[in-house]
Every structure is written in C-alpha cells, then in structure tokens.
Design a protein around this ligand. Structure first.
Ligand code: ADP
Ligand code: MG
Length: 566
C-alpha cells in the first residue's frame, strides 16, 4: 500500500465513528520513506497514536562521518529529535476534539542522551513519534487526517530528516562537541580526576525551572591556575579548565557565591550537553552520584552501621529497614546504596544534607556522650571512604571549617570565581586545632550486599499484570504504589523514568532469583541494554525510552516500598 491508498482510506473514513480508524493500522510507502502506523488510539482523548517513519540512508544522505561512532551517532539522533520536534510544534494545530491534530515527538531538555525516538541504524533512519488522529467528538475528520498524514508528515520529513535541509555546521558542531565531551570523560580517571570544568563554561541557569543558560550577567568559569588541566580533544583541540582531583574536595565560600551552581553542573556532567548550553565541557566521572538527605523515604535492609549504631529501642543498623527515614538515616542509606551500585564519586551539598550527619563538633561531643549519639558523622568517614574504597567526595561546605582537616583540595567560590585556597585552609587548620575526637574507628566498614526478592516487586494492579505510568519527571506509578524519585537529582527526563520502570520489571523477569545480588542484577541489566539497546525493555516499539544509569535504576528499586531483600 502506498500514500495514495492511505489518503483514499482516510477520506472514506470521514464522518465515521472513531473506532473505524483501526483500519489504517499498517505500512505505507511514500516517495521518500515508509510510514508505519503502529498503534491507534481508542478515542481523541487517549494517548495519541504511535507512528514510525523509516527513511533510507541514500535518501536522508547524512555523511557517515556523522555517525561513525557511538558518541557521534547519539548526538546526531539527538539533533534530529530536536529538529523534528520544532517543526512538529509549528505544524501541529488544533483540529478537533482532545488531542486531534497534534504531531509530537518525545520532549527533551539540554542533555544529549540515547533515546528510542530516533535511531540511525545500519540500513535506515527510524523515527518514532505520535499523531493525534483528528475527530469532532467521536466522529472521524478524515480529510484533516489525510492532510496530517499525507501532507504534513512528508513536509516534516523533508524539513528535518534530509541532510540537505539542515544546517550542516550545526550538526557537525553537535557531534563533535559530544565526541570531545566523551573523550574527556574517558580520560578523567587516568588523569586522577573526578570532574573537569572548562574555562568559559556558563554554569548558572535561567531559573530554578528553566535549565537553559543564564544569559544576562552570567560570569564565565575560569579555573585557578594551580588546578588548571588541559585536554587535547579530537575536534576542538586544546580545552583548558579546572580539574577536580580524586580524593576529598571541599567547595567553600560565602552564601550566594556560586557553590551550589558549580556542584549542580558537576552533577549533570555525567551527561553530554548540547552546544550553547554552557556546560558542554563540564564533565564528570560516569559514576558520580549526588547524595542528599531524604527524610521520609523507605529503606529496606541496608547496612548503615558504618554511620549509625545503637539506635534507640535496639533497632538493627546492619540490616536497617524503615518506612519513614530521618534526615541522617536517609543520607547514610543513600551513600551505602550508591557504593553498593558501584559509585566512585560522591557529590554532597550542605544545602541538601542533614547537619547532624555532616558534623559533630567538640562542644557537642562533650555535651552528648558518644554512647548517646548513634551517628558517626561523615567527617569521620570521608577519608576512609577514599582509603578503603577509593571513593572520592566533592563537598560543598560553607558552614564548617572542621572539614579542612580532611580535605585534599579546598576551592573557594568568590563572586562566582573559583580560587585554590588549599594551603590557606591547611594553615588555618594547623593554627586552630578543632580538638574533635575522631569517631567510628579506623575503617569505613562493610558494604553488605543485598539480594532483592522477585516476589516483592509487583507491577500489577487490579486486572492488569503491568500498570506502570510516569506521573511527572520524578514520580512513577508502579502497580499499586508510587515510587517517589523527587530526590534523585540526576534524573532529568521523564523518558528515563519510563525506562527505569520497565527495567525494574525486566530485572525481575530475567535476573531476580533469590540468589543474585542487586549489584549483579544491575550489571546484567545494564550489560543487556548496552549490547541490545533500550528496546529490550519493552514488548512494543516505544518511542519514549531514554537511557539511564545503573545508579538511578538502583535508586528506584531501593525506593520501592514493597521491596524485600535477603
Ligand atoms: P551558593 O550555593 O554559594 O549559596 P548558588 O550557587 O546557589 O550560591 O548561586 C547563587 C545565585 O547566583 C543563583 O541564583 C545562581 O544562578 C547565581 N549564579 C551562580 N553562578 C553564577 C555565575 N557564574 N554568574 C552569574 N550568576 C551566577
Ligand atoms: Mg548553596
């Protein structure tokens, strides 16, 4: 069948009841591409219909240079989603009831991520998107539908998926930027770094809810000379900037001087950013995990005894479970779980940390005896984390100089410029001993592996075997419960949550057998996705899956209130 057949069919459907749309499911040849109508919505208010376009390389004509490796390919795909999305928005119009007339593709932000919406394959380019088949009430608007599918869609393809229609310089810039960013990320560890912030980076954002770069009065980043590192990148040549070494790095400075903004950029430095974002070359180690307090969360069977012991009522901390964690127990669990999942870099901001978890000064030690205080503060464990487990920490701490004793580097933010104040801080520490008594012994302590029980993970609800839905970027409906991921600050797109929910089910089906540890399960699931793609997570061709890390998958499993572990 071809586009003429489709157009004719749609005209004939005009005036019939919405259900008749089911007839157009199928595959249609257009002059330049194949259109596959994969799934048809039940009514104009339901999720829009799922549509796929396949376009041969000899039509699209992208130079193979642009997708010759994984970094470039993902960046090219990301670029095409952005173009497609823009033209869809221009062409979408209200054509009747509900979602009638909408043509859309997954919504994305500032990051370049692998997504199933666009796939540059060996043989073709595939685009997965959504069409709101038009109706007035429940009466099919056939002529409008024909216009959308047989005129608008070819127009969108023409404008956004053919190399000749696009800005070749902008595409080149995008793939080269991503390739260089991945290059630096790969070199971080061998250079003993946990993160890199290029000179000239723009770190502040437009607002707390707008992730685009602040334009007015933004001060560009400039590394202090003593910590300046350079990378010879494949495309942009020499890039210089601040190298944050492994070990313990303190970011200090007065309030409102840009500490949290720097840390936030480092948190998101696990992802590549689009050209113009300002954080294209803020690069972090892929295992960097933001740690924060998260009171109220559920914790299941986590050994938090490294930090917390002798709780009132003899509650065990080797195997700690609660439905309502405190600030300190939640922060302890967040750390242990990140270590269990394999993180080598922890990122902590005083703004979102529990004070009693971070510090306990000499005066408090004198007033409240150790046997009355279950918490061994982070300050007494931060060094052992590095010596015992090679786990580095970057810590924003403007409020306590006690940390000078344990820091390898101290960076001061002053009017949004960083300064290396390591020596000064060390001298001050020597001249003013804090007289704290170290707590918690000489070693960090055990990270006890846990075995999640498959039977405790149940995505079913009522008659449905699987009822999973993303409410917003940070909330997932999973069977009969809601997983709250509000505190997982390195999740940025709702597509990631969709993938993570699917991955939990996948993990249960394939790897949870009452023997495998969570670590092993994470290894396997991520291995499968890396080798076979995100599509293994779904039974149908989904255009809204987005890549995610093992740490965020673990975070979601760990926050399941039904979870049981051995
Ligand atoms: P701190 O954590 O030190 O209290 P923040 O990082 O929260 O400070 O920054 C305070 C404000 O300054 C924020 O509104 C932020 O957007 C803005 N800001 C941060 N860095 C810069 C910069 N380089 N140029 C301009 N404004 C900035
Ligand atoms: Mg702050």
């Amino acid at each position: 069948m071809n586009h003429h057949d489709l157009s004719k069919k749609l005209q004939e459907l005009d005036g019939r009841s919405y259900k008749a749309y089911k007839d157009i499911k199928g595959k249609y040849e257009f002059p330049k591409f194949t259109l596959i109508i994969e799934h048809i919505q039940g009514d104009p208010f339901a999720s829009p219909s799922r549509v796929i376009i396949k376009l041969a390389h000899n039509i699209a004509n992208f130079p193979s240079e642009l997708y010759k490796n994984q970094s470039r390919k993902i960046a090219l795909e990301d670029y095409l989603i952005r173009q497609f999305s823009q033209v869809c928005q221009q062409l979408s119009q209200h054509r009747g009831t509900g979602k009638s007339g909408v043509i859309s593709i997954i919504k994305i932000g500032q990051e370049i991520l692998k997504r199933t919406a666009v796939n540059v394959n060996k043989n073709d380019i595939e685009i997965r998107f959504y069409v709101g088949l038009p109706a007035r009430g429940r009466t099919i608007l056939g002529h409008q539908a024909a216009q959308m599918l047989c005129e608008d869609i070819p127009h969108i393809v023409e404008e956004t998926l053919l190399y000749k229609s696009l800005d070749s310089q902008a595409i080149k810039k995008q793939v080269e930027t991503a390739e260089d960013a991945d290059f630096i990320r790969q070199k971080l560890w061998e250079n003993n770094l946990v993160a890199f912030v290029a000179n000239g980076s723009i770190l502040p954002r437009k607002s707390g809810v707008d992730p685009r770069p602040l334009e007015i009065d933004a001060i560009a980043f400039k590394s202090p000379e003593s910590l300046e590192i350079k990378f010879e990148t494949p495309n942009q040549g020499l890039i210089k900037g601040l190298g944050i070494p492994q070990g313990i790095t303190l970011i200090v400075g007065g309030g409102y001087h840009g500490k949290s903004t720097l840390l936030r950029a480092i948190e998101l430095g696990i992802y590549n950013h689009i050209p113009g974002d300002g954080r294209e070359f803020v690069i972090s180690h892929p295992s960097a995990v933001k740690i924060r307090a998260e009171d109220g969360r559920s914790i299941v069977g986590v050994d938090i005894s490294s930090f917390i012991n002798q709780l009132p009522q003899q509650r065990s901390t080797n195997n700690f479970t609660t439905t309502n964690a405190s600030g300190s127990t939640s922060q302890a669990a967040n750390i242990i779980e990140a270590l269990e999942a394999g993180s080598k870099v922890l990122l902590v901001d005083e703004d979102t940390a529990a004070t009693n978890f971070m510090i306990r000064d000499r005066r408090m030690q004198q007033l409240i005896a150790k046997n009355k205080e279950p918490i061994t503060p982070f300050i007494d464990k931060i060094k052992q984390l590095y010596t015992d487990y090679a786990v580095s920490t970057v810590l924003v701490m403007g409020g306590s100089g006690d940390y000078f004793d344990v820091a390898n580097q101290v960076i001061a933010m002053d009017n949004f410029y960083p300064y290396d104040v390591t020596e000064k801080a060390q001298k001050i520490a020597q001249a003013n001993p804090n007289q704290r008594i170290r707590e918690g012994g000489d070693n960090f302590g055990q990270i006890t592996p846990r075995i999640p029980l498959a039977k405790s993970i149940d995505p079913s609800r009522g008659k449905r075997d699987v009822k999973v839905k993303v409410r917003d970027v940070y909330q997932v409906v999973f069977g009969t419960e809601d997983i709250d991921l509000t505190a997982i600050e390195q999740l940025i797109e709702s597509g990631q949550l969709r993938s993570i929910s699917a991955a939990i089910i996948y993990a249960k089906q394939h790897y949870m057998n009452h023997e495998n540890t969570l670590t092993y399960i994470l290894d396997k699931v991520m291995e499968d996705i890396n080798s076979k793609g995100l599509d293994i997570l779904s039974h149908f061709t989904q255009g809204d899956l987005v890549s995610f890390r093992r740490f965020e998958l673990a975070a979601a499993i760990n926050r399941l209130r039904s979870l049981q572990v051995q």
